[in-house]
Design a protein. Structure first.
Length: 350
């Protein structure tokens, strides 16, 4: 068990915030993980599980023991007339998994292309994009109880998926009454890709692509290419401009609340939901408050998409987690004062 001390975390978080892990262990096998849990010092340590670092904001040097998940491997478990059952280890790149399944002729994940992060982090956030959420393709996952070392599996119902939510984002005393935050480490995830494949094209940007190209019956590879093009046009590449993707959740309101907002701002972007609520576009709300392109310290709002906060620092003057928090809170205050809506941040603050 190799413990690395004072490890720079800037390469391991997509926002590019400069900070250190006082202690870090790379988890590359189940055996290593079990040996760690059995170590005499283990129970005295608070831990933080780090995947691809794509949905976190580091607010300072990380004092808990950082477990960096680097488990690798992917495989087809089952193929039938009904579909394909695919399994991937938690440390695999999410986008690489999407590319691999398509290359094998197993469509179904194409709408989730180019989402940064790892396979193990995907269920935590219940990632979603362009009309598809992870829960729509999820079968089950394996995890390890970090207190006991016990290995266990969860199906979709047991994961408690919600909008950018799961049991892995809640502690024991959370509103759900049961949570696995800080208690479990996801080791592998299985996905069910059904036959016959059905394209998901209801999202506005995909409908526009069909109209612009004249392709009205796209295959999975075409949808993959469209999604990648749309994301690249709207969202900055973290390797070029540090960011954590969409920073705020799209809020949902009652029809009465939406009607009140429309009465004051007729152009508000909104989408009716199956349960009768209305989802508002958080990016539009932020843009309407004048935040697009603005900067606070070395944290800024992306000039092409107000929903994305970016790192405008450099080597001499790096962006800090405190600056990101200050900017986020200022945006939340503006949106609440104008619309009466409280925006909720998507990333985890460490």
């Amino acid at each position: 068990m190799l413990v690395e001390n004072n490890v720079a975390l800037q390469p391991y978080n997509t926002f590019g915030i400069a900070a250190k892990a006082l202690r870090l262990i790379r988890v590359r096998s189940q055996t290593e993980l079990q040996s760690l849990i059995r170590h005499p010092q283990w129970r005295a340590d608070e831990v933080f599980v780090l995947g691809g670092g794509s949905n976190i904001v580091i607010t300072g040097d990380v004092r808990p023991l950082v477990l960096k998940v680097e488990l690798q491997g992917r495989r087809l478990l089952q193929a039938s007339d009904r579909g394909w059952l695919v399994e991937a280890e938690a440390g695999e790149s999410w986008h690489a998994l999407v590319c691999w399944t398509l290359a094998q002729g197993w469509p179904g994940l194409e709408n989730l292309a180019l989402i940064p992060g790892t396979v193990g982090a995907a269920p935590v956030q219940n990632i979603g994009a362009y009309g598809v959420e992870l829960q729509d393709r999820f079968d089950s996952l394996d995890a390890v109880d970090l207190e006991t070392g016990r290995q266990f599996s969860l199906n979709a119902a047991q994961c408690g998926f919600g909008y950018r939510d799961s049991v892995f984002k809640h502690g024991r005393s959370g509103a759900r009454g049961f949570g696995l935050a800080g208690r479990a480490l996801i080791t592998r995830v299985r996905f069910w890709l059904p036959k016959p494949w059905q394209p998901v094209l209801a999202y506005v940007d995909l409908a526009k692509k069909m109209a612009d190209t004249g392709v009205h019956a796209p295959d999975a590879h075409q949808i993959f290419d469209w999604v990648c093009a749309i994301r690249r046009a709207k969202l900055p590449d973290p390797a070029v401009l540090g960011n954590a993707g969409s920073f705020f959740k799209n809020p949902t309101v009652s029809p009465e609340q939406c009607a009140d907002i429309i009465g004051r701002d007729p152009k508000v972007v909104h989408y009716p939901m199956p349960d009768g609520t209305i989802k508002l576009a958080a990016g539009w709300l932020i843009d309407a408050c004048g935040w697009r392109g603005k900067t606070v310290g070395h944290a800024g709002v992306y000039d092409k998409q107000a929903l994305v906060l970016v790192n405008r620092g450099n080597a001499a003057h790096p962006c800090t987690g405190g600056e990101v928090i200050t900017l986020a809170q200022a945006i939340q205050t503006s949106v609440y004062e104008r619309f009466g809506i409280r925006l909720e941040a998507e990333p985890t603050f460490i």
